[in-house]
Design a protein around this ligand. Structure first.
Ligand code: AMP
Ligand code: MG
Length: 491
């Protein structure tokens, strides 16, 4: 059998999902298949690329063993609760246990209308499909927990957004699609049985050690909090801005999910935002940890009836668990940025680093914002300086060269000259990130039928920490006229 499905979510109570077969599309054509990921999943990539395989990827053929469903969920969108969301343009084909013994969802995004589509057409435009492919695969290569891209297929259909656009399907692989919003869906309906079932599923699938805890529900909550704290530190460390950090886009697994108007920062600023719909900068780069904790508080609320017999006790347990988020995030964030600056391990208690380097990092980031310094290039050039290169390139990133010189002298004093710092910095500071203008360029070419820039970008970003001269043009910050300041969901 080409895909060996082993479906568990469909064994949930009926109100968890709706059975839904994808819509047929007129002319499916493969854009790209992820051969390495296919291998991990135990799926023959050559078959996936065949006419039969592409028919499955496009949603035209339901493969044997698949049991296609749309999942129900709710969510807070920009702070406002919507009790009914759900997969409106995505269909879960089924689950596959990979060669690494991990269970993963196989989902078709843009596969047509479902009972949860509300006013939408259930389709995806090519642009957002290419964006999710490029960025999610780049995140994986950068070492950030994320859903993956198994394939992108064009459908030969026209989808209508503000204009006519080519249609596509994105084939997503995720540890699961359980979200904070899935818990909210049942909590808002006061369906305790469903919540209990969801808790059990989340534990079995993502936090098996919680099953043996005295209070498994509390252990699950703590597990999600720890995973999300790690994830936020990872995002900040690579300059990633999700753009729609609503509770329906927060995965229980701790993976980054739902790449809509996401982007990587060029010029550093903590309030940096790209998403056209994020008018109040709710989901700016530096706000993400706070928003994440807010989202986790919504998760904790759904679990209150299951946490303890008395509401007071449940509330106390939830508050204590939520209170650990900040420390967990801070610890992980500091470790990430210390590595980026080539600082010693926090335990050394070296002079100027008594606070774990927190003050130095904060002051530096303030300086980068004030001096309009490119985030990725700054750490890249700093790594070069640490390995004995001259300082010209890093100084050129500052508006005022003298400010750069003063900062660099301060950094030398804090970090000292240590050969082992270089290796740590190289592993913490990517050479390449999917810069917004490059992603946009690949999308524009793709819309014209030229996928070469898209393929090149995906190939380059597969090894983001390695300097390869053939991709050096992709390192550069956008020129003024290349700068892309806004991104769109495109849904
Ligand atoms: P998102 O903001 O992309 O996380 O999506 C929020 C909700 O809108 C989810 O329930 C989606 O399934 C739904 N949605 C987004 N785009 C479409 C579409 N083109 N057709 C139907 N539903 C959609
Ligand atoms: Mg979503």
């Amino acid at each position: 059998m080409p895909i060996l499905f082993d479906n568990t979510y469909v064994r949930s109570p009926q109100n968890f999902f709706a059975r839904q077969v994808s819509s047929r599309v007129p002319a499916p054509s493969l854009i790209r298949v992820n051969e390495e990921l296919a291998k991990v999943l135990g799926i023959d990539a050559a078959w996936l690329a065949s006419k039969e395989g592409v028919g499955v990827l496009a949603g035209n053929v339901v493969p044997p063993g698949a049991d296609p469903i749309a999942q129900a969920y709710a969510g807070h969108q920009f702070g406002h609760f919507v009790p009914q969301l759900g997969d409106g343009r995505a269909i879960l084909l089924g689950e596959v246990v990979g060669r690494d013994r991990r269970r993963r969802d196989l989902q078709l995004k843009g596969a047509g209308r479902t009972p949860y589509s509300r006013g939408g057409d259930g389709k995806a435009a090519l642009g957002p499909v290419l964006r999710e492919y490029v960025v999610s695969e780049a995140m994986a290569a950068l070492g950030v927990p994320t859903t993956r891209a198994l394939a992108a297929v064009s459908t030969g259909e026209t989808v209508w957004r503000e204009t006519a656009l080519p249609g596509a399907v994105f084939v997503r692989v995720a540890a699961s699609h359980m979200r904070v919003g899935t818990f909210q869906y049942f909590a808002s309906r006061d369906d305790r049985d469903a919540l209990g079932h969801l808790v059990d599923m989340a534990i079995t699938r993502h936090y098996p050690e919680a099953a043996a805890a005295k209070n498994p529900t509390l252990a699950l909550l703590k597990g999600v909090i720890a995973a999300q704290a790690e994830l936020m530190a990872a995002w900040l460390g690579v300059g990633f801005i999700h753009g729609v950090l609503n509770t329906d886009n927060v995965a229980i697994s701790g993976e980054t999910i739902d790449y809509g108007p996401c982007a990587f920062m060029d010029t550093f600023h903590p309030q940096c935002v790209f998403s056209s719909i994020d008018r109040h900068a709710r989901y700016a780069w530096g706000n993400q940890p706070v928003i994440c904790q807010w989202n986790l508080t919504r998760l904790a609320e759904t679990l209150l009836p299951l946490l303890a017999g008395s509401p007071e006790e449940a509330k106390g347990l939830a508050e204590t668990a939520l209170g650990t988020f900040t420390e967990k995030f801070e610890t992980s964030y500091l470790a990430k940025f210390r590595a980026k600056f080539g600082m010693r391990d926090a335990r050394d208690g070296e002079k100027n680093e008594d606070d774990g380097g927190g003050a130095f990092i904060k002051v530096t980031l303030g300086k980068l914002a004030e001096q309009d310094v490119d985030f990725t290039l700054f750490f890249r050039q700093l790594t070069r300086v640490a390995s004995g290169g001259d300082a010209e390139a890093i100084l050129a990133l500052f508006n005022e060269r003298s400010e750069g010189q003063t900062w660099l002298a301060g950094w030398r004093e804090v970090v000292g000259v240590r050969s082992e710092a270089v290796e740590i910095m190289e592993a913490a500071n990517p050479v390449l990130v999917p810069r917004n203008h490059r992603v946009e360029e690949a999308i524009q070419a793709g819309v014209r039928g030229d996928f070469a820039p898209f393929h090149r970008l995906v190939d380059a970003l597969a090894q983001p920490y390695t300097e390869r001269t053939e991709f050096s043009d992709l390192e550069a910050a956008p020129l003024e006229h290349e700068r892309v300041t806004q991104t769109f969901c495109g849904t």
